[in-house]
Every structure is written in structure tokens, then in C-alpha cells.
Design a protein around this ligand. Structure first.
Ligand SMILES: NC(=O)C1=CN([C@@H]2O[C@H](COP(=O)(O)OP(=O)(O)OC[C@H]3O[C@@H](n4cnc5c(N)ncnc54)[C@H](O)[C@@H]3O)[C@@H](O)[C@H]2O)C=CC1
Ligand SMILES: O=P(O)(O)OC[C@H]1O[C@](O)(CO)[C@@H](O)[C@@H]1O
Length: 381
């Protein structure tokens, strides 16, 4: 049986990527630090993926096991020595932490196995696999680097499936939206995985996804949070926010149409389809999950700042994006470590210095000016 090693046995790991490998006949070893999930995977050896829809579809995922990367380093290395795929869904900030173990394992792997192994980071981040690759290569000696580069393929990818925080305590089962898309960039012939779509150039796919699905979701989360809403579905019932989401996606859409020559009508239909996905009442997706880690989401390459900067460069409107950025600065749930850090930074340094630092925006530029105006207005509401 072919093997896949997947880092991150969370929502996307179990509910999407791991499930596709298992359905394609792979044994999936999940690697995680969550002791309870690992124990349960090894005990139950299966779990169910259930769609948030009526009627509900239920898929049983089998041939799975788990390893703890903090306690079972050697076992992880042994699995990687035989794997066809190594994938991750752990969050962009965690990639540097798992890179040393993957690097160590790849060095062992290329000594004992001639077959190529394929590494794919499945994160909401542009070029996540390139970033992981850099962290891996950085810890290797020159000779090791060469061997790894020759026998390991690294592919960037875009992952799209809404998987909310799971509410069934003590269960490995995962509730997912019915829709999914996994796009992988390569021109190599690679072992087939059901549901994996191969493209020669990822940029249009990942930007269209990140700046529509993730931008739209973020706008709903941040505006919903400010209005005291709990869920994405509930927030979208507010017609003012609904309109604001559409207007923001028209801004990112104008940039995407111009940058990638997309058909305007097709893109408008895509926006409608995405908003329809957000409206799914069975997902019960919280605004705090979707808005989580606002410092990461305000990064220069992420879903709010990059389209605003690109729109400005192209002479297009970015006023609704500026409002969304302002709303992100006001996102302050106590349990979100990054949100708390952001609030402290704002108190200590003020909005202009913070945006210059975390979003790499020009302190004297028009984007910051517009954000500051929206920030003051939103604070006063
Ligand atoms: N949930 C969703 O709807 C989607 C999420 N994504 C992306 O997928 C990635 C994962 O997201 P989720 O599955 O929602 O998160 P999650 O929090 O459900 O899963 C992450 C898993 O990583 C594990 N982890 C954390 N630190 C670790 C470490 N040092 N070593 C090993 N494992 C570690 C956690 O214990 C957890 O099980 C993120 O990059 C997210 O942006 C992408 C598309 C959809
Ligand atoms: O997973 P992140 O990057 O924190 O952001 C949440 C976003 O990712 C998703 O989980 C799916 O792409 C969306 O629900 C949301 O747009």
C-alpha cells in the first residue's frame, strides 16, 4: 500500500487532505502534537467525514494512524522513508517548526529510497511549499541539500474547503462543507490522488481563491465581530454587511480580472457562488475562527493588504478593502493570542506604525490614510 505522511491532524488534515489520500488507496500517517487525537487515531483506525448539507453524505476514512512529532521523531522518519507524499495543514506560522524534522527525515530517505517523494504544503498562504522548502534546505549541509533537491519534489498548492471548528468532543469525525478544490502546481507526472487537480501555473488559482474566498470570509468575520455576531451565517443575514462583502469582492475582482484576464461575468458568478457557500446554515462557523490570527491575515501577501496594494498600483478602487483592514485592527477576542498582541501593539505604537510594521504599508501613503479614517469611523460606531 502506498503511504502518505500528513502533518496536522486537524480540520483540513482529517476532513480534506487525509481523507482524499485514504480514498485514493493510501495509508495515511497523521503527525501531530495533539496527544488525544493521535491516541484515538491509533485506537479507532478510522473516522467519518460528514457533509454540512441535507441530505448529509457520510464517508468512512480508513487506513489511518497517528504519530506524535515531539515524542516519536524516529518513527516519523521511518514513515517518511517510505512515503510517496508528505503534506501539511498546520498553519503557515508552524511550518518553520516542523521543517527541521522533515529535513532530517528527507536526508535519511534519499539515502535509502530511490523513488521520488512529493512535498505539498496545504495552507492558506501564497507559495507555502516554497517557504517550507526554504526552511528545510536552510538546516541542511551542502551535500545533503543537493541530494534532497534531486530526489524530492516540492509543489505549491491551493486548498479550498470550509471546515469549521468541530463541536463533537472526543470524536475524530469531521463536519465539512460539500464543496472542495485542491489545486497543485506541477508539470511532472505524479501518482494520482482523487480530487487533486494539477495545473502548470498556480498563481491565478491561488490568488482567485485567496482574494475571493478568504478575503470575503475575513470581511464577514471582522464586521460580524464588531456587530456582536457569533457565526458567519448569522452575520451575512445583516444586509449592510452582505452589501459590504460584495463591494469588497468587487474590488478584489476588478484586480483579478485585470491581472489574469478573467472573464468579468464568470468572475461575478464565482463571487456569487462563494457567498452562497458562506451562507451554508449547517456549518455553524464562528467569526472568531474565520478571523483568527489577525496579524498573519494583515500580512503584506495576505488576503486584505495584498489586493489593496495591487488595486492601488492598477489605479483601481480599494476603499472597501481599507475598511476591512480597519475592522481587522479592531478584532479583539481574548482567546486569540495574535489579536491580543495586535491590540497591545496598537496601544504602544499607534495604528500607522503598526500597519507599517505588520503590513509593510507606506507610512505616508494613501492606503494607510484611508485605513485610519475607516478605523476612527468604526471605533465611533
Ligand atoms: N479549516 C479550513 O476551513 C481551512 C483551513 N485551511 C488552512 O489549513 C491549515 C490548517 O487549518 P485547520 O485544519 O483549520 O487547523 P486546525 O487547528 O484544525 O489543525 C491544525 C493541526 O495542526 C496541529 N499542530 C499545531 N502545531 C503543530 C506542530 N508544531 N506539530 C505538529 N502539529 C501541529 C494542531 O494540533 C492541529 O491538530 C491552515 O493553514 C489553514 O489556513 C485552508 C483551507 C480551509
Ligand atoms: O484558515 P485561516 O487562514 O486562518 O483563515 C480562515 C479561512 O480559511 C478557511 O478556513 C478556508 O479557506 C476559510 O474558512 C477562511 O477564509
Amino acid at each position: 500500500m502506498k503511504k502518505a505522511v500528513h502533518f496536522g491532524a486537524g480540520n483540513i488534515g482529517r476532513g480534506f487532505i487525509g481523507a482524499l489520500f485514504a480514498q485514493s488507496g493510501y495509508h495515511v500517517t497523521f503527525v501531530d502534537i495533539a496527544e488525544q487525537i493521535i491516541e484515538q487515531l491509533n485506537r479507532d483506525k478510522s473516522y467519518q467525514v460528514k457533509t454540512a448539507a441535507q441530505p448529509q453524505e457520510v464517508i468512512t476514512v480508513e487506513n489511518v494512524s497517528g504519530l506524535n512529532n515531539l515524542q516519536q521523531e524516529q518513527e516519523v522518519i521511518e514513515e517518511i522513508k517510505e512515503a510517496t507524499y508528505i503534506t501539511t495543514a498546520i498553519g503557515p506560522n508552524i511550518l518553520p517548526r516542523i521543517a527541521p524534522l522533515i529535513a532530517k527525515a528527507l536526508v535519511e530517505r534519499v539515502k535509502s529510497n530511490e523513488e521520488k517523494v512529493h512535498v505539498i504544503a496545504c495552507e492558506n498562504q501564497i507559495s507555502a511549499t516554497d517557504i517550507l522548502k526554504e526552511h528545510i534546505l536552510n538546516v541542511l549541509e551542502n551535500e545533503e541539500k543537493e541530494a534532497v533537491i534531486q530526489k524530492v519534489s516540492f509543489f505549491n498548492s491551493a486548498v479550498d474547503r470550509i471546515v469549521p471548528i468541530q463541536t463533537e468532543q472526543g470524536s475524530l469525525d469531521v463536519l465539512v462543507e460539500p464543496y472542495y478544490e485542491w489545486v497543485v502546481e506541477t508539470s511532472e507526472e505524479i501518482p494520482p490522488v482523487e480530487g487533486m487537480k494539477i495545473v502548470p501555473e498556480l498563481a491565478p488559482f491561488i490568488e482567485r481563491k485567496l482574494f475571493t474566498v478568504n478575503t470575503g470570509h475575513a470581511v464577514i468575520a471582522y464586521l460580524g465581530y464588531l456587530k456582536g455576531k457569533e457565526t458567519i451565517h448569522e452575520t451575512l443575514q445583516d444586509s449592510t454587511i452582505h452589501e459590504e462583502v460584495k463591494a469588497t469582492l468587487q474590488e478584489t475582482g476588478a484586480y483579478l480580472v485585470k491581472a489574469y484576464g478573467l472573464d468579468e461575468e464568470d468572475h461575478s458568478a464565482y463571487i456569487e457562488k462563494i457567498i452562497g457557500r458562506f451562507e451554508n446554515p449547517y456549518l455553524n462557523d464562528s467569526v472568531t475562527r474565520v478571523g483568527r490570527s489577525p496579524i498573519r491575515k494583515l500580512g503584506p501577501q495576505d488576503r486584505l493588504v495584498r489586493p489593496a496594494v495591487e488595486a492601488k498600483k492598477a489605479g483601481l478602487s480599494y476603499t472597501h478593502l481599507a475598511k476591512a483592514i480597519a475592522a481587522a485592527l479592531l478584532f479583539a477576542p481574548k482567546e486569540d493570542e495574535e489579536a491580543m498582541k495586535l491590540q497591545n501593539l496598537l496601544k504602544e505604537q499607534g495604528i500607522v506604525a503598526v500597519l507599517a510594521q505588520i503590513s509593510e504599508l507606506d507610512e505616508d501613503g494613501p492606503i494607510i490614510k484611508e485605513i485610519v479614517q475607516h478605523y476612527e469611523n468604526l471605533k465611533g460606531e
